[in-house]
Design a protein. Structure first.
Ligand SMILES: Cc1cc2nc3c(=O)[nH]c(=O)nc-3n(C[C@H](O)[C@H](O)[C@H](O)COP(=O)(O)OP(=O)(O)OC[C@H]3O[C@@H](n4cnc5c(N)ncnc54)[C@H](O)[C@@H]3O)c2cc1C
Ligand SMILES: Nc1ncnc2c1ncn2[C@@H]1O[C@H](COP(=O)(O)O)[C@@H](O)[C@H]1O
Lengths: 251, 323
């Protein structure tokens, strides 16, 4: 069995991002980068499936510049077997990413894809669903519980929806996107890092995949949202009730 | 000119009010740029839902009613939406930014080789085209974007588009033929956990009371957060910390990766105010924070802050509100 896990390089969720004064992008100075947290959860799930079933090849793939090697190495150190970097200097929207991933999928022929529900930088929440459509396979998004059934031909998934947990069974191959509560990713260990150095990391040029993956989305400008001003401190519950009733008039 | 297809969302026939924000968005675009919008309702026995959408100025309320569409499974829904959008020559397909739309619309977009913008909070005209504003980076940035292509898929944030008023004219209801045997069948719907009835949905409520890690267990959550919510007729929410520790169900999570709420009043009970949490509630009109740490970041966005222990403050607050 083979599982494909895309890993996106994103600013670490704990760093506060600043927008460049000309609005052209975010200020990358001093920003730490990480594997998109949802993708780390996807990889962790693949590793747990491997621990349970044995004999699985886990391939991690990242799309972007040379710097993405850093995140692929993290993926290998966590336990992935092999890494692929699809090199491009263009910024890609989710449709473009889905097209590139579809080409990687055709090349790798995995049994299924486990990936994040959303990249925490662009917060789009689209690529997995688009990939499923392009490949003509099933999908289960926002997965917080995953079980392979019927001889690993289907996945039974608990999905986190606005209304609560929903259960679906999806035929494999399929695209499964992860939610936060699926698992807690392991830390990278020192032996893991040592082993990762010997694992294959292949770099391919986007052009060699033969896909036209031009972004339809053009970002014209970034700006900071209007800042909320801190209000007043109240000392007692009575004062709070009074303010809500008479100043804010919300109760 | 815009030719918009709004995808209605409902819960077993009960219209989700966020749908009306997508309608409001569409009305705005049509008033500004000309054109028309249709509303598409998918499901089984959804005549009532369609009926409730007839007075919002849509050119047509389209109904795809079929037993196969009883539950919202992405493969079937995306297939039908793509087919209808093609047939009607839609230039925009719009839904509310909910898990329903996020699951289905990107799939339908890719079927049509269309791009998509998520979480739109503003739209303006730019010649024959449009410019959108959307939120990203956990609410820390607003991007102005253009989307190329003949068809654009969008999800809109409910809080950014006020619900339209009903008008006197009723849109015609148009039945859409669903070729049930041609629907894809990759995904089988098995069921949903029973919903906890009683309190309103946090995305639709005027007041939301949310609890954070300060709350030690489910009973305390019910007594303090639930009790305060009931005293105000409010919805309840929670930070991720409580969902992680199993004290609250995931459907209560407010934040970057949970629900986005923008009520008139949001009361944060023992929540520190991490950016991922703020991303889900900072467009609230009035924020109240109760936290024992005077330096908690939540106070930087709160209109009214009370430093104190939630275990003593909240019971007192409930008591006084009941008077
Ligand atoms: C990718 C990613 C996505 C995330 N998405 C979300 C999201 O959607 N929503 C979300 O909420 N979080 C999200 N998080 C988690 C977020 O970063 C925070 O960890 C979380 O919001 C913290 O929850 P909290 O404020 O309840 O807990 P804490 O940060 O632990 O804060 C608890 C607060 O309670 C106060 N307190 C403790 N006891 C008392 C008492 N007795 N009386 C009064 N005050 C008390 C403390 O002073 C403290 O300020 C995400 C994180 C990541 C990495
Ligand atoms: N540049 C990238 N490289 C690898 N995977 C990506 C990339 N961009 C997006 N993805 C995958 O697509 C998911 C959803 O991204 P998005 O649609 O941008 O929110 C992410 O969680 C990743 O798994």
């Amino acid at each position: 069995m083979k599982i494909l896990v895309p890993l996106k390089r994103v600013p670490d969720p704990d760093t506060k991002i600043r927008i460049q004064s000309d609005g052209s992008g975010i200020d990358l100075d001093g920003v730490k980068f990480a594997v998109n947290p949802f993708d780390a959860i996807a990889l962790e799930e693949a590793l747990r499936i491997e621990e349970k079933l044995g004999e699985i090849e886990i391939v991690v793939v990242s799309i972007g510049g040379d710097e993405c090697v850093e995140q692929l190495r993290v993926g290998l150190a966590m336990g992935a077997d092999r890494a692929v970097l699809v090199k491009t200097s263009e910024s890609s929207d989710s449709l473009a990413i889905a097209k590139i991933l579809a080409a990687v999928y055709q090349r790798e022929q995995p049994d299924f894809v486990l990936m994040g529900k959303q990249a925490i930088d662009d917060d789009s929440n689209q690529a997995g669903q688009m990939l499923a459509a392009l490949l003509g396979v099933g999908q289960a998004t926002f997965v917080s519980k995953l079980e392979l059934i019927e001889n690993n031909t289907k996945a039974r998934c608990g999905r986190e929806t606005d209304a609560g947990i929903e259960t679906v069974t999806v035929k494999l191959p399929a695209i499964l996107t992860t939610d936060l509560r699926l698992n807690e990713p392991r830390y990278v260990s020192l032996p893991g890092i040592m082993k990762a150095k010997k694992k294959p990391l292949e770099e391919i040029e986007l052009a060699s995949l033969g896909v036209a993956a031009v972004s339809r989305t053009k970002v014209l400008k970034l700006e900071a949202p209007p800042k909320r001003k801190a209000g007043v401190r109240v000392k007692t519950v009575d004062e709070l009730v009074d303010k809500l009733k008479h100043d804010a008039k919300v109760i | 000119m815009a030719n918009i297809l709004v995808i209605a969302e409902h819960d077993g026939g009960q219209l989700k009010l966020a749908t009306l924000s997508a309608v409001a968005f569409s009305k705005r675009v049509v008033v500004d740029a000309g054109g028309a919008f249709d509303i598409l309702v998918l499901g089984e026995n959804v005549g009532g839902t369609a009926e409730s959408l007839r007075n919002y100025g849509a050119a047509g309320v389209l109904v795809a009613d079929n037993a196969q569409l009883k539950s919202p499974v992405a493969d079937k829904y995306a297939h039908v939406i793509g087919g209808v959008a093609k047939q009607r020559g839609s230039t925009m397909v719009v839904g509310a930014a909910s898990t329903f739309s996020k699951d289905i619309l990107p799939r339908a977009a890719a079927l049509m080789d269309a791009g998509m913008v998520s979480d739109v909070v503003d739209v303006s005209r730019d010649g024959d085209d449009f410019i959108f504003k959307r939120v990203l980076f956990a609410g820390n940035a607003i991007a102005t974007v253009k989307l190329e292509g003949a068809v654009k898929f969008l999800t809109v944030r409910a809080a950014a588009f006020a619900h339209p008023a009903k008008g006197p004219d009723a849109s015609p209801v148009v039945s859409i033929t669903v070729e049930a045997d041609k629907l894809p069948a990759f995904i089988q719907y098995d069921g949903s956990e029973a919903k906890v009835a009683g309190r309103p949905d946090s995305t639709e409520a005027r007041v939301v009371v949310s609890g954070g890690r300060a709350i030690k267990n489910a009973e305390d959550f019910e007594r303090l957060v639930g009790g305060l919510a009931d005293a105000l007729g409010a919805a309840v929410g929670s930070s991720r910390a409580l969902v992680d520790s199993g004290i609250t169900p995931n459907s209560l999570q407010v934040g970057q990766t949970g629900k986005i709420v923008a009520p008139e009043l949001y009361i944060a009970v023992g929540i520190s105010g991490a950016i991922q949490h703020l991303a889900g509630m900072k467009d609230t009109k009035v924020i109240v924070a109760i936290n024992k740490d005077a330096d908690a970041p939540i106070f930087e966005v709160a209109d009214f802050g009370l430093v104190g222990d939630v275990y003593s403050v909240v019971p007192e607050l409930i008591e006084k509100l009941k008077k």
